[in-house]
Write a protein that binds this ligand. Sequence first.
Ligand SMILES: NC(=O)c1ccc[n+]([C@@H]2O[C@H](COP(=O)([O-])OP(=O)(O)OC[C@H]3O[C@@H](n4cnc5c(N)ncnc54)[C@H](O)[C@@H]3O)[C@@H](O)[C@H]2O)c1
Length: 374
Amino acid sequence: MKEVKTVGVVGFGVMGALIGLNAAMSGYRVVFKELNDDLVKSMYEKGIVKPLSKRVAKGKMTQEQMDELAAKITGTSRYEDLAVCDLVIEAAIEKMDLKIQVFAELSAACPPDTILVSNTSTFLIEKLMEKVDHPERTAGLHYFFPANVNRLVEVIRQRQTNDDTYEALMEFARQNRKVPITVKDFPGFAINPVFIASYLVLDSFYGDKYNAITLEKLSQEALGVRFGIMWVQNGAGLGTCYHAGNSMVEYLADSDVGYPQVPESLKSKFEAGELWDIENGEILADPAAGSQVKDRLLGAIFAISTHLIEKEVVSQGDLELGIKTSLAWPKGPFTMMNELGMEEAARLVKVAVAAGDFKLPQKFAAGDLTPWEL
Ligand SMILES: NC(=O)c1ccc[n+]([C@@H]2O[C@H](COP(=O)([O-])OP(=O)(O)OC[C@H]3O[C@@H](n4cnc5c(N)ncnc54)[C@H](O)[C@@H]3O)[C@@H](O)[C@H]2O)c1
């Protein structure tokens, strides 16, 4: 198994800087690449110097500790300088052609055994690696925002990823004090298909009857969370949510999985540059109307989770763990189904299917009501 000591990061924006910081804090040397020397300087200032200085000022870190950490991270604008890396994590902007080109450059600049991974949220890893020599050393390493705090990492094995690469990445994730789960190369991987479906369904109710604060409350109640799905969307940015939703629909809506459409409400909020208003307005107090939303929400979550298992994208245990770790839901989908009872779970899945959100998973088509083994 390849031992990772030096990590490259391509693109030192929001995610790249947090990934780099996390690796440096775990003892790795980090070399990041930005587009030009000005960006190398400004992104280092913004992503490393500024946040660490704040920690020093607050007494959470000494100046010596900051200097030691910051010295582990260096920047460059040239791919050649990444040749010293054992692992390179690509975190450039979400554009497919650009990423394919980045990996072609990395393949040319790095030794043939450097592990190359992408932090893409939406593209298939195999596609991004089409110009890489020795694709068996490629995979996906999908972090969640904020990457220095959120502990989940999806390790994505594409068709060609070999065992050595996979094991080195699992070990790297553990050394970074992350919780790694193993996922197949599938649109959105394992967590986002569940999360994105939940906000698309919820947002589709938005209108005169259901305001954002009501939908926020209903999602809190349905999932048992303190911060609901509308709040999380605001944090991620409605533009990101809108684009990610479209990408999932493009990949899956016409497949045997299906996917909820992107509602007009999300598009218009994003285009208006607004967020969901979860501070103002009256919360709708109509239990029947509330149940209608909760049934569709849970039905969609149960349907997509079952599809992911049937497609062997992820194991039941890893999906359960991944959802709890990355989204902070107290219970994963399989525990929720078991606790509601499989008859009720089947009813909810059929509500989602009747609404056109998903195709009926095989388990429920066969009338199999055995609880999930946890
Ligand atoms: N922001 C999130 O919540 C989040 C979560 C998980 C995954 N991701 C994924 O992480 C990636 C980065 O997202 P982000 O939000 O950090 O974007 P960002 O726009 O903040 O950062 C991207 C950086 O890449 C740089 N860049 C572009 N082309 C480059 C090149 N050829 N060489 C070197 N640097 C280059 C840009 O200058 C910019 O600083 C995307 O693929 C995104 O889908 C984002």
